[in-house]
Design a protein around this ligand. Sequence first.
Ligand SMILES: NC(=O)c1ccc[n+]([C@@H]2O[C@H](COP(=O)([O-])OP(=O)(O)OC[C@H]3O[C@@H](n4cnc5c(N)ncnc54)[C@H](OP(=O)(O)O)[C@@H]3O)[C@@H](O)[C@H]2O)c1
Length: 316
Amino acid sequence: MARRNVLITGCSSGIGLALAVKMAKDEQKRFKVYATMRNLAKKEPLEEAAGDRLGKTLEIKQLDVCDELSIKACVNSIPDRRIDVLVSNAGMGLIGPIECQTIEEMKTVMDTNFFGLVRLLKEILPDMKKRKSGHIVIISSVMGIQGILFNDVYAASKFAVEGFCESLAIQALKFKLQLSLIEPGPVVTEFERKVFEDGMKMDLSAADAETAEMFTNIYLKNYKQIFQSLGQSAEDVAEHTVKIILAENPPFRHQTNTLYTPMTTLKYADPNGDLPIDIFYKMVFQHDKIFSASLNFIKLLRWRSRKSFDLGKPSQ
Ligand SMILES: NC(=O)c1ccc[n+]([C@@H]2O[C@H](COP(=O)([O-])OP(=O)(O)OC[C@H]3O[C@@H](n4cnc5c(N)ncnc54)[C@H](OP(=O)(O)O)[C@@H]3O)[C@@H](O)[C@H]2O)c1
């Protein structure tokens, strides 16, 4: 099988960096990775991690998903503009009461997480359609299918991604293209650190006392523990993503964190949608001590989730 060109966005850190390196170091050299980032001044960690693969199976390029010209320039710089696998990974988070967020901040999240994907596809999809081949892989989130307290705008941006992809997937089938949404739960990356720090610094004066208290003393207080108990590593998510890319029949949706799956299952268990909202409410406001104890218990069970991931045999 010919080597596949893979373009990944947001490779300065986290999942994008881990995935770029994992694919570039593939023992069978099945991939040529175009690892992109918006700010090339941040390329050192990727260069270090790529080691001797740099300039061989991995090239670093500039690409800002909020800038159409930079996307075009990047795609034009790839031989024959051929991208066999697009991994739309670049993204950002936003937490807190909406009363304390500006519309501009919210628009930046939508512009990056949702319109970033749309801009990429406007440039790359026509070539894939012409060739009748290509795999579009999107790093979505469990928050693309289920909202979480104080993540209103972030969840909305990922819901937008999921709705967009669900529509596009039907057309993609006609052109023999594959689309896969990777849905991680919490992942310990820069994302988690940045979001938490921004939350801690947030000016809560526009919120009423009860909301501010809820955000500080419930949400932020549990935030670190949730990531420590349920959080995956970027490498772990990268491993799942590579398996999806290599799968003979890649699924449309893939959740990477089996510890989190019981929560998202609630969504499908009740067509009225009340069940997950009710359970989250009780967990957070009525049984917070049990919730906290469960998180500790989950820490002990973590090794099991690693063993339960099996997608069957890869295509090559
Ligand atoms: N961490 C989690 O808990 C979690 C869970 C589920 C899904 N996800 C999703 O996973 C993806 C990767 O996040 P991560 O956890 O690896 O976080 P991360 O380490 O913060 O990586 C995010 C990457 O996106 C880049 N980026 C942001 N805006 C961009 C833009 N306009 N153009 C190009 N690149 C841009 C960042 O670049 P800069 O360094 O320049 O900012 C960075 O390289 C995101 O889509 C996120 O929503 C994360």
